[in-house]
Design a protein around this ligand. Structure first.
Ligand SMILES: O=C(O)CCC(=O)C(=O)O
Ligand SMILES: [Fe+2]
Length: 332
């Protein structure tokens, strides 16, 4: 496949916290980082974060609520100037991890910030077979996995709906940058179906709306084989559809479907926003409206590489209940 040209369009909706709002958020997050059992996967700690998230700055709560109502033309909300480490300087950010499947099990200022923000959008979830079911996961480049189509890779990561193959895929993905890419090359790419739709031919719209595509599980899911049933890529209201596609895992079932998918990929490239995330930037992506990916970059593996925390949120906790066998946040 040819490497897409990344075009930066106008930046998506962005909220920059004032220093007072950052302090207010930091006070909550620093307190949560010290709140027992201070473990990101513990239901009691999550309960404390859920309660405390109601005390986030009013402007942030309002923006999150608006975004949940309607994610806008880009389906992305960027929140900047969030705290990453404690205000009192008691902890500094450790070196960027480089081991495979790295996750955050211990509460910290940064893990509390992203969990609190995501809990204002929905219920946080994880998948037992992905990153050992941890709710707060690390997005870091991993030596030897450079060419993988997963967030451990550093080649171009194709645009995708997160966990497209899964019936209970998240509604929102939070990506919180705790250390920016020192080379400045890595960009989070996002493209919404609302922006891409007007660029598609009538024929492509029709074909993309039919069950002519198969999607496999991504490499980050251990032990998942085979593809789910054939599905449509454009779904719901024809004039404002949802999108379900992973350009490295979705396969067209016939030539017309292949042509339509190629047209969609070109349209997404035309409307892509490429965001260089800085430390303290949280990008929230609406996984129904917007696909995401990442430009290639050059890891150093010396502790200074780009480091994001990732948390998923789902809107309907009852729908996934049969898969949450222990009644917690992890889907089996
Ligand atoms: O590294 C990025 O910016 C995005 C990676 C990604 O797609 C993910 O973690 O879900
Ligand atoms: Fe992703």
């Amino acid at each position: 496949m040819t490497q897409p040209r990344i075009v930066t369009t106008a930046s998506p909706a962005t909220v920059v916290l004032t220093d007072a709002e950052r302090r207010q958020t930091g006070e909550i997050a620093d307190w949560l980082a010290r709140t027992e059992p201070a473990a990101t996967d513990d239901l009691q700690w999550l309960g404390a974060v859920r309660d405390a998230s109601a005390g986030l700055p009013q402007r942030l709560l309002t923006e999150l609520r608006r975004f949940r109502h309607d994610a806008g033309p880009d389906g992305v909300l960027v929140i900047r100037n969030l705290p990453v480490t404690p205000a009192d300087g008691s902890t500094v950010l450790p070196p960027t991890p480089a081991q495979p499947g790295s996750v955050e099990r211990l509460a910290s200022t940064a893990s509390a910030v992203i969990t609190a923000a995501m809990l204002q959008l929905g219920e946080v979830i994880a998948f037992r077979n992905e990153k050992s079911g941890a709710l707060v996961q690390n997005v870091v480049p991993v030596p030897g996995q450079e060419r993988q189509q997963s967030n451990a890779g550093s080649v171009l990561l194709e645009m995708h709906t997160e966990n497209a193959f899964h019936d209970n895929r998240p509604d929102y993905i939070g990506l919180f940058c705790v250390r920016e890419d020192p080379t400045g090359e890595a960009r989070l790419c996002t493209a919404s179906v609302r922006r891409a739709l007007p660029l598609l031919s009538d024929e492509a719209r029709k074909v993309l709306g039919e069950n002519r595509f198969l999607t496999e599980a991504p490499p980050s899911f251990e032990g998942r084989e085979g593809a789910a049933p054939a599905h449509a890529i454009l779904r719901g209201a024809p004039e404002d559809p949802d999108v379900l596609v992973d350009f490295s895992a979705t396969h067209p079932l016939d030539d017309e479907a292949r042509t339509a998918m190629a047209e969609l990929r070109d349209a997404f490239i035309e409307v892509t926003s490429a965001l260089a995330l800085g430390a303290g930037d949280l990008a929230v992506v609406d996984n129904r409206l917007t696909v995401h990916g990442r430009t290639p970059f050059t890891p150093r593996y010396d502790g200074t590489d780009r480091w994001l925390h990732r948390v998923y949120a789902a809107l309907d906790n009852r729908r996934s209940r049969p898969l949450r066998t222990a009644g917690g946040s992890v889907l089996d």
